[in-house]
Design a protein around this ligand. Structure first.
Ligand SMILES: *[C@@H]1O[C@H](CO)[C@@H](O)[C@H](O)[C@H]1NC(C)=O
Ligand SMILES: *[C@@H]1O[C@H](CO)[C@@H](O)[C@H](O)[C@H]1NC(C)=O
Ligand SMILES: *[C@@H]1O[C@H](CO)[C@@H](O)[C@H](O)[C@H]1NC(C)=O
Ligand SMILES: *[C@@H]1O[C@H](CO)[C@@H](O)[C@H](O)[C@H]1NC(C)=O
Ligand SMILES: *[C@@H]1O[C@H](CO)[C@@H](O)[C@H](O)[C@H]1NC(C)=O
Length: 384
């Protein structure tokens, strides 16, 4: 009798709890990812995000695993019921594979029975050994409902049926490397701990515009082949960072309305090596990258935004030449001047220039980059 009662109780609890597979249409994903046959979703690029909505829930949890040996990525969750939509609530590591003691289910939201949208974001670049992350399912004791369209944090709502698809290509700056400098640290570097995509200019732009964003960025990389080895034209065709030179990304499932390209800082290596004609070659390969993107996406009218700065100013001339040459070829290209972003942020008191670790823009520098970018993108795209 007692056993039967306990059994029924267990069944009732199970019937009230809801599981939502990661590939369910009620999960609003953005960024490069692959939906697996078993209903899970895998990714490794940073900035990949998932949104779910619940009604009458006292909790929302997520089950996520990683194939990393040492540790997975860090994910950040936002809860929409705080009056300021993207206030960060939770940050946690996805456990590595074959772990014995860690749970791969993490709490994202707990309350006394609320209705919220929970947004989960990948904030660390895969080059820090995060491995490939697989999200299996979301769980709640409430009900999962359609979260509707992603909306801007700082602009008018996106009209019904409209969309804002933004892709951001870059090096360590865009990879959110070294963003969070520990207060008072005389010097520091990143090992995945100082990374935070959500506080990078890319994250700020995506939040502001309510954009469906894709970020493809790898530290130390160039647009130029002459830098040697795998460079951004290779990674651009990869569904996962770990795919390297294999063109695994399916370009027909999504295409950006706008693409920001923040490259040049590392290209100085190749430009200097080439000497005379080096800068012209940088311009040539920048234009070629844009042209290739329009072909791969089969979308000739992508609005490109080429940036310069803030870690060096030398490639600015090559970038503005690429704007001119791209336009002459019929591409849509606009320049964004980020050369003074760290200076404007008034956070240049460190011995190593910008306010983040290892000379990189930090939270203030990224804010400066974002302040340089959003008015230009907003005006060209009509995203206001
Ligand atoms: C969660 O982790 C455990 C090891 O602690 C593992 O046995 C299990 O298969 C994992 N779950 C999933 C969905 O991978
Ligand atoms: C690529 O995506 C398109 C559109 O979603 C789909 O029709 C096609 O089958 C995919 N191609 C491959 C090779 O998976
Ligand atoms: C880049 O240089 C190559 C070789 O000189 C030339 O064939 C090509 O047209 C140039 N591309 C652009 C986009 O300027
Ligand atoms: C870039 O140029 C700006 C404006 O002249 C200057 O303030 C800044 O120091 C320069 N940055 C670097 C890294 O040279
Ligand atoms: C970018 O801004 C700096 C500082 O105001 C200025 O010196 C530079 O000429 C600008 N670059 C372009 C291409 O307008």
């Amino acid at each position: 009798m007692i056993q039967t009662a306990l059994l029924s109780l267990g069944l009732v609890a199970a019937a009230n709890a809801a599981d939502l597979m990661a590939s369910d249409p009620k999960v609003d994903w953005s960024g490069r990812r692959v939906a697996n046959a078993d209903g899970s979703v895998s990714f490794d690029w940073l900035g990949v995000a998932a949104r779910v909505q619940v009604q009458g829930a006292t909790f929302v949890t997520v089950t996520a695993t990683s194939d990393a040996a040492h540790r997975g990525t860090r994910l950040k969750a936002y809860i929409s019921n705080q009056g300021f939509p993207l206030f960060p609530q939770v940050q946690f590591w996805v456990p590595p594979k074959d772990h014995a003691f860690m749970s791969n289910t993490s709490a994202l939201f707990t309350s006394d029975g609320g209705s919220v949208v929970v947004t989960l974001e990948n904030i660390v670049d895969a080059q820090y050994g995060t491995g490939k992350t697989t999200v299996w399912a979301f769980h709640t004791d409430g009900t999962f409902t359609d979260p509707g369209q992603r909306q801007p944090t700082e602009a008018a709502p996106i009209p019904a049926g409209g969309h804002r698809r933004l892709e951001i290509i870059g090096d360590s700056i865009t990879a959110a490397t070294n963003v969070v400098r520990p207060p008072g640290a005389g010097s520091c570097g990143d090992g995945g701990y100082q990374s935070d995509w959500s506080q990078s200019y890319s994250g700020l732009l995506c939040h502001r515009f309510g954009a469906d964003c894709s970020t493809v960025a790898v530290g130390g990389k160039c647009v130029m082949r002459e830098c040697g080895g795998l460079q951004m034209p290779d990674y651009f065709t990869a569904a996962f960072y770990g795919d390297g030179r294999n063109p695994t990304y399916n370009f027909s499932s999504w295409a950006p309305d706008a693409m920001v390209i923040d490259l040049g800082t590392n290209d100085m290596r190749a430009i200097t090596k080439i000497g005379a004609g080096g800068m012209a070659q940088f311009t040539n390969e920048t234009v070629q990258f844009m042209k290739t993107a329009t072909v791969l996406y089969n979308k000739p009218d992508i609005e490109f935004f080429l940036t310069a700065g803030p870690m060096e100013n030398a490639t600015q001339i090559g970038t503005t030449d690429a704007v001119t040459q791209g336009k002459a070829m019929g591409l849509k290209v606009t320049f964004i001047n980020m050369t003074t972003a760290c200076w404007d942020a008034r956070q240049h008191g460190n011995s190593d220039w910008c306010d983040g670790c290892a000379g990189h823009p930090g939270i203030e520098g990224h804010r400066g980059m974002y302040e340089a970018a959003w008015p230009v993108i907003g005006q060209v795209m009509g995203w206001n």
